[in-house]
Design a protein around this ligand. Structure first.
Ligand code: AMP
Length: 546
């Protein structure tokens, strides 16, 4: 027997319909790319999204067509998402931090038809346009007054483009499994792979992200996604905010400490999210100016491991709760968040930080397991590490065009490429990427644990650990350190600081100090480049062993 409930497809544009009905006047405040702050409401965003949809149809865009965006977090970018979604076209967020050739590659692979761009990227696109044959029109997200002279094909200022239709339009209804958005994974080897979200997966993911033990977003919140809309689906926040009627603050392109602080303070942001690099800049700004964070309730930190010292400073020095989170583009992207279950809720001090160093527990809608290389399940004892695999309604089952073949195991789980432990309360902790884990004498050493420890030294700005070839142990850890400005530090001092906090055999065999550590387009440490650079490095212990 089937249930007798209504068939109400989970369509993303229903989120903006709801926001415009229930939270019509709630502000959406953006730092515009042109410079000044801009204020609008959910009701206006919906009105203008209808025009985007109407205008896209006039430009020949239909169900299933891809529309690229190369844009920062602003109200216009949000309108574009909902306008595209509302006609069943697919938003394809392109990461402007990729190499130009990679940008061309993914736009071609996705066969994008129209490209919506911020002013910032017009020169980049002009230099690439010859390589983008599928793009029939470029829309520059600005008004006529700021529209530059450009050679881009059929270029038009966004405000003129949407003003050319009357807005008498209705969003479409279709199957909830219809594709909604696309985002390419950075892919450290080979070509990037396209992840394709559906309306259903995006709506479910937004509901999952809203739950109290996840981001716990309500209409009383002022939410600021610093994480860009082009990075892993904006961690769902461009959908989660409107779904809950939260006030939104969109930071545009300026993500330095002072600019982020200004928005947090002026607009009384209560909940924000970004990668650790952003929070490092904010904390440096707070320290150098003596500023406080009186309104911020919680900060979601993910994308790479949240250093323990960062969690401690937010909580102890500024009274801001830290939610360490883990996820990936393939998971829409949230996989786990580190809110405290009753078993851990009473902890404080070091014991609490120990738990918060974990990436947390999966919300309803994400199943996890850890296995060995043969696929055998490993115990949840908080010590045994294995390959982390996930399953759920907002987890990819395949890549665009079948790239990479079958990506699920026989139980339908996706291998995340991360290595993790899970403790008896279900808290997962990433110990490494499977390709970054250091294999020493048949045992695994977690590069992330060592990095977190090194970064806890007050003179260290950034640290990376890679495995370097060793004649006896196969691989041994090499610690690569960037010092804070004007600081000096010796190898023995940093190793002395780490000693006693980890097993002896985990201690790095050597330390090198560098000016800069390379990062990927999504702000992660680029281990492949570091490994290349140090591939012939001879460890002092290697010489002794030979
Ligand atoms: P992306 O799809 O670009 O967001 O990258 C996803 C990958 O980032 C994951 O598979 C992890 O390796 C890494 N990652 C994300 N969040 C964390 C975290 N909190 N701690 C450690 N690694 C993380």
């Amino acid at each position: 027997m089937l249930g007798l409930m209504q068939d109400w497809p989970l369509l993303c544009h229903r989120i903006i319909d709801h926001a415009a009905t229930q939270h019509a006047d709630r502000p959406v405040i953006s730092r515009s790319v042109e410079g000044p702050m801009h204020r609008t409401t959910y009701a206006e965003i919906r009105q203008r999204a209808l025009r985007v949809g109407q205008r896209l149809e006039r430009d020949g865009i239909r169900l299933g067509d891809r529309v690229a965006t190369l844009a920062w977090n602003t109200w216009r970018h949000m309108e574009c998402w909902y306008g595209i979604l509302g006609i069943g076209a697919i938003y394809h967020t392109v990461n402007p931090r990729l190499f130009p050739d990679q940008i061309a590659w993914i736009v071609n692979d996705a066969e994008d038809r129209i490209l919506l761009t911020d002013l910032t990227f017009v020169p980049l696109l002009e230099s690439l346009a010859d390589k983008l044959p599928t793009i029939a029109r470029y829309v520059v997200l600005t008004d006529a007054a700021h529209m530059p002279k450009t050679t881009l094909k059929n270029a038009v200022a966004y405000e003129d483009w949407i003003a050319s239709v009357d807005g008498d339009f209705a969003f479409k209804e279709f199957d909830e499994n219809t594709a909604a958005g696309m985002c390419y994974t950075s892919g450290t080897t080979g070509h990037p792979k396209g992840v394709v979200y559906s309306h259903r997966s995006n709506v479910l993911h937004s509901m999952i992200a809203s739950m109290a033990d996840a981001m716990g977003v309500s209409s009383r919140d002022v939410v600021m996604p610093v994480v860009p809309m082009f990075h892993a689906n904006c961690w769902g926040m461009a959908l989660t905010g409107p779904m809950n009627g939260a006030t939104m603050v969109m930071p545009g392109q300026r993500m330095d400490g002072a600019s982020i602080y200004e928005l947090l303070n002026d607009y009384r942001v209560t909940c924000t999210a970004a990668v650790p690099t952003v929070w490092l800049m904010l904390l440096q700004h707070l320290e150098s100016t003596g500023s406080r964070l009186p309104y911020l309730d919680r900060v979601v930190i993910g994308g790479s491991a949240c250093p323990r010292a960062m969690a401690q400073r937010f909580q102890d020095d500024y009274g801001v709760n830290v939610i360490h989170a883990w996820g990936m583009t393939e998971m829409s992207p949230l996989g786990s968040l580190c809110s405290l279950k009753p078993e851990y809720a009473e902890l404080d001090g070091e014991a609490k930080l120990n738990v918060q160093a974990k990436q947390g527990h999966p919300p309803f809608g994400v199943e996890m397991k850890i296995t060995d290389d043969s696929g055998r399940k490993l115990p949840w004892d908080g010590r045994t590490f294995g390959r982390l695999k996930v399953r759920g309604p907002a987890v990819a089952r395949a890549y665009f065009k079948g790239e990479g073949g079958n990506i699920l195991d026989e139980e339908g789980f996706f291998d995340t490429g991360d290595v993790a432990t899970i403790d008896r309360y279900g808290y997962m902790q990433i110990t490494d990427r499977s390709k970054d884990v250091i294999k020493s004498g048949g045992e695994w050493i977690s590069s992330i644990d060592l990095e977190n420890l090194a970064i806890g030294h007050p003179k260290v700005a950034e640290a990376a650990v890679i495995g370097v070839r060793h004649p006896k142990w196969d691989e041994r850890p090499l610690l690569v350190v960037v010092l804070k400005k004007d600081e000096t530090l010796g190898k023995d001092e940093i190793l002395g600081f780490m000693a006693g906090k980890i097993a002896k055999w985990w201690m790095p065999d050597d330390v090198v100090f560098v000016d800069e550590i390379p990062h990927t387009a999504t702000g992660k440490i680029q281990k492949t480049t570091l490994r290349d650079r140090f591939k012939d490095y001879v460890l002092p212990t290697a010489e002794a062993a030979e």
